[in-house]
Design a protein around this ligand. Structure first.
Ligand code: PHE
Ligand code: ZN
Length: 865
């Protein structure tokens, strides 16, 4: 069933500067749902109050719905018209009215998964950003906040559980096996936070007592059979509630907090007030089916959605241009939480790796936008790594500059000032300025300028007195619509080690680079200081610094900032790889020595070691080059991996020779040891040693949990052994009824470094278990392919074709998820003329499709620029 008629492809651009306050507010809403999988009747009663000084028509947004009847103050009303999908009601001179509209919707045919839709015989909603208008007519803008009263009624056998936001205040039985429930949410909220769930669900119940002694009932709702896999999510929820009280002084504000897990979901999860809706992959976890990374994902996303209760719900966004107000801040909060729950350095490394993998390319390509965009066509396209992850970096820089106590004063003031309001990014910055006592005038450029700043560093020596000076320059690159940039305020944590007699300063300093060129006196050093720069990745920038031989090795072994140690080793690997890829002779010796040092060094944390010794991804190597040669990168990376595998064979074997920690053991140490074992196996397998496949198969078969099982399977999947086929077959048969694990089966094959991966993905798309209707499955197969650089960029263009075919097939069903597959095709400028021509041709082929959604139209047309 397609539903494309509701998303017209006329590109209308919305500008931030055009914001006008709403002419009508809706203080109260009563919704009445008569639920059915293929027919749900919705009666909405909106009490509207005019805020405009003069008469103004009431604009109620609609998307793919028609009004069955409109009533005003109790009587049938005929003064309305449709404009596009919207309903315009003329209320004459009225300043207040009760407007009632009835609509009928079909959840079963809603494949967009926006609005009210069916998933496995259950009904659920997704309203952010503009899905509420697919349920009923409404202003549907985040600066219209209402108190909701929701009555729902349905067949008790089909929908034994009826949930909405807030508290259940009444329920009862109806006629003919029907029943109903009435929910009230005391907190005014924007329509994007509305939620309703109806279905046959079981619950894991628990409770949390807040800092003021209130008992909150917690419920995680899943399909029968899944309840035993909700324990980790529940623990994460309770930990998040305690953490937000301790670190931000924020207490939960309802007596009930429910989470529902659904298998068909476009994103990770949604922070609906008191009723979070989650993609099952961020709720369900047990050692047999979830990896340690999956566990961390559950913890992080549960925290993220919970934290939104304050950063997002109590203080919401004035308009969608302010999306990073809630998302950047909330990502920063969930990152800090996860760091506190595990290892801060390892968490920082993971976050920076994600930023570099997802956000830096975005900032360097045709879809680059500031964290507070100036315009968009389809807001769904702006749930990006820039808004989320760069947004979090901007918050982190403010916190770094003022320190934790003053930052807390700033956030306290922000929550105080704007509680119950729809706020702007500017409001946040102002609150930090006032609360923390800092001038952020220049810093605000981070909100308006896109592009990753590039910093060059050089140390000069005054030969007369041995005074050393650090010379820094910054360039903010041009991005679409922003040819000229002003210099930004960039906080850089630096330290200059004195290796010769301890005359140097050796204190870490926070340099505030605030102009194009700046000189920073370092003090007196007899021999050149060893510079540690952008420690902890204090700013989301690229640093160019020509180093002397041996410096990176020294820093990798000795820097007292763990992130900087990681960074030095990564840089050493990158330099080696970039040299090799450009055809020059390169020597793996320094890398091997540095890895050996790290493996045998005193750093006890195996998770850190595993991160540090991992080779940079093919994509990140590509990001260092003007024109990317995916095949040469693949070749040289595999060669270096094999060289490291061979040179350190006994070290890798020693790691694998130790007993693996029990899969049920989820301490940071156990997780770190498993991670390091996975890395060791990958290095050994890369050598092509005779017993490598046997070794991997042994680990695969003997694994008592998914972390080791999946790592071994992924390693086997790169090769060509009989064990590969065997393991894939065993895995499939064991887990074919578990959709989340079956996703992994698709994913490891699409990640494979084999040369036939594109063909394999094309074949897997025809597999009976593949379906376009489940976004997780689509991402597992096609998302993994586009993340597989050499496969996606296969020289004959077959990878591009496959992705474009997918976009065209998926767009009529699910435009949001289809549009998210386009950005990799937009990186054509970097891959040489032959590939560029093929990539552009695919974008053009997509755009030629009649009836294309607004989502895909915007992404494909901007990607061609
Ligand atoms: N607001 C959600 C989050 O970041 C993400 C989301 C956006 C979910 C749009 C669904 C639709 O927590
Ligand atoms: Zn969020």
């Amino acid at each position: 069933m397609t539903d494309a008629s509701s998303t017209p492809a006329i590109p209308v651009t919305i500008h931030r500067g055009d914001y006008r306050p709403p002419e009508w507010q809706v203080p109260d809403i009563a919704l009445d749902f008569a639920l059915g999988i293929d027919e749900t009747r919705v009666s909405a009663r909106l009490s509207v109050v005019r805020h405009a000084d003069a008469p103004a028509p009431l604009l109620l947004r609609g998307d793919g719905i028609t009004p069955a009847e409109v009533r005003v103050d109790g009587s049938v009303w005929n003064d309305w018209r449709m404009e596009g999908g919207d309903l315009i009601v003329d209320l004459g001179e009225r300043t207040a009215a009760m407007v009632e509209v009835d609509t009928v919707i079909n959840p079963a045919t809603n494949t967009q998964l926006m609005g009210l839709y069916a998933s496995n015989a259950m009904l659920c909603t997704q309203c952010e950003a503009e899905g509420f208008r697919r349920i009923t007519f409404h202003p549907d803008r985040p600066d219209v906040l209402s108190r909701y009263r929701v009555r729902m009624e349905g067949d008790k056998a089909a929908f034994p559980i009826l949930l909405s936001n807030g508290n259940c205040v009444e329920q009862g039985a109806g006629e003919g096996g029907r029943h109903w429930a009435l929910w009230e949410d005391p907190w005014p909220k924007p329509s994007y936070l509305f939620a309703l769930v109806a279905g046959d669900l079981v619950v894991n119940r628990d409770s949390f007592t807040t800092m003021s002694g209130r008992k909150v009932e917690l419920g995680i709702w899943v399909r029968a059979g899944d309840e035993d896999r909700t324990g980790h999510a529940m623990q994460a929820l309770k930990d998040s509630m305690a953490w937000d009280e301790r670190v931000y002084g924020r207490e939960y504000d309802l007596d009930l907090f429910n989470i529902v897990a659904v298998s068909d979901f476009n994103m990770g999860a949604m922070e609906n007030k008191g009723l979070n809706v989650f993609n099952t992959r961020y709720i369900l976890a047990d050692p047999d089916t979830a990896t340690d990374m999956d566990y961390d994902g559950v913890e992080g996303v549960v925290a993220h959605e919970y934290f939104h209760n304050w950063s997002g719900n109590r203080v919401t966004c004035r308009d969608w241009f302010q999306l990073s107000l809630k998302e950047g801040f909330t990502v920063y909060r969930d990152q800090s939480f996860s760091a506190d729950m595990g290892s801060p350095p390892v968490k920082r490394i993971e976050d920076v790796r994600l930023l570099r993998a997802a956000q830096f390319p975005e900032d360097a390509g045709p879809l680059a936008h500031p964290i507070r965009p100036d315009s968009f066509q389809e807001i769904s396209n702006f749930y990006t790594a820039t808004i989320y992850n760069k947004g979090a970096e901007i918050i982190r820089m403010m916190a770094t500059m003022v320190g934790p106590e003053r930052f807390r004063k700033g956030t306290d003031l922000y929550f105080d000032r704007h509680d119950g309001e729809a706020a702007t990014c500017e409001d946040f910055v102002k609150a930090i300025e006032d609360g923390a006592g800092i001038d952020l005038t220049q810093f605000r450029l981070w909100y308006s300028q896109a592009g990753t700043p590039r910093i060059t560093a050089r140390i000069a020596t005054d030969e007369r007195n041995g005074e050393r000076t650090l010379h820094l320059t910054q360039v903010v690159p041009a991005t679409p619509g922003q040819p000229e940039k002003a210099p930004m305020l960039i906080p850089l944590r630096i330290k200059a080690y004195d290796l010769d007699g301890g005359h140097g300063v050796e204190e870490e300093q926070l340099v505030l680079l605030d102009r194009t060129e700046m000189a920073v006196p370092l003090g007196h050093y007899r021999s050149p200081p060893m510079l540690s720069l952008n420690r902890g990745f204090s700013a989301p920038v690229i640093v160019d610094f020509a180093r002397e031989e041996g410096e990176l090795e020294w820093l990798a072994a000795n820097d007292d900032d763990p992130f900087a140690r990681y960074e030095a080793l990564q840089q050493l690997m990158l330099d080696t790889l970039v040299t090799a890829v450009s055809g020059k002779a390169s020597d793996a010796g320094a890398v091997v020595d540095a890895i050996r040092q790290t493996l045998t060094g005193s750093a006890a944390d195996p998770a850190f070691v595993a991160e540090a010794v991992l080779l940079p991804s093919e994509a990140f190597i590509g990001d260092q080059m003007v024109i990317v040669d995916p095949d040469a990168i693949r070749r040289e990376r595999l060669a270096l991996q094999a060289a490291i595998g061979t040179a350190l064979e006994s070290e890798w074997r020693a790691i694998l020779g130790q007993l693996a920690p029990a899969a049920t053991l989820l301490t940071p140490l156990a997780k770190g040891r498993r991670r390091l074992r996975g890395v060791a196996l990958a290095y050994l397998a890369a050598t092509g040693m005779g017993d490598a496949s046997e070794l991997a198969f042994g680990i695969f078969s003997g694994a008592d949990g998914m972390t080791e099982r999946q790592a071994a399977l992924a390693t086997l999947a790169h090769g060509d052994s009989k064990e590969r086929a065997q393991a894939l077959d065993i895995f499939y048969r064991r887990y074919r009824d578990n959709p989340l694990v079956l996703d992994k089966w698709f994913q490891v094959q699409a990640w494979s470094l084999r040369s036939d991966t594109v063909a394999a993905v094309a074949a897997l798309a025809e597999h009976p278990d593949f379906t376009l209707t489940n976004p997780n499955r689509v991402r597992a197969l096609y998302g993994a392919l586009s993340a597989n650089q050499a496969a996606f960029h296969q020289a004959d263009g077959a990878g591009y074709r496959l992705i474009a075919d997918l976009v065209l097939a998926l767009d009529p069903k699910n435009p949001q998820t289809a549009a998210r597959m386009i950005p990799p095709l937009g990186r054509w400028k970097r891959f040489g003329d032959a590939r560029a021509a093929m990539m552009k041709a695919e974008l053009e082929r997509i755009l030629a499709q009649p009836g294309l959604s607004r989502d895909v139209t915007e992404q494909a047309s901007k990607s061609l620029l």
